[in-house]
Design a protein around this ligand. Structure first.
Ligand SMILES: [Mg+2]
Length: 99
């Protein structure tokens, strides 16, 4: 997400009520979950292709809402990046053990 997009997320977050944006985040995550379930259930690539546009749409929605939740709860970028790295390392170790 670009800095300009992050700024837009901040303006949007500050325009609405905090509780409203939490509810919106829950709603968007649920919509992404639903598209993933539908994609998983597709038996053909053609069927999957019908959901790819929806998947992109829902990933965009969730990305925007996650950015707003980072603003809402004052999530420190360094702490988040550190946590992401820890989880990637842990998963990478698991993959290594599987080989
Ligand atoms: Mg949505």
């Amino acid at each position: 997400m670009t800095d300009i997009q992050k700024q837009a997320c901040r303006i949007i977050y500050e325009t609405y009520e905090h509780q409203q944006q939490i509810d919106k985040t829950i709603e968007e995550v649920a919509e992404l979950q639903l598209v993933l379930i539908r994609l998983k259930d597709c038996e053909t690539l053609e069927a999957q292709n019908e959901y790819i546009t929806q998947l992109i749409d829902e990933i965009a929605d969730v990305t925007i809402m996650i950015e707003q939740m980072k603003i809402a709860y004052g999530i420190d970028k360094k702490i988040l990046d550190k946590k992401i790295q820890e989880k990637l390392n842990r998963q990478y170790d698991r993959i290594g053990r599987m080989e």
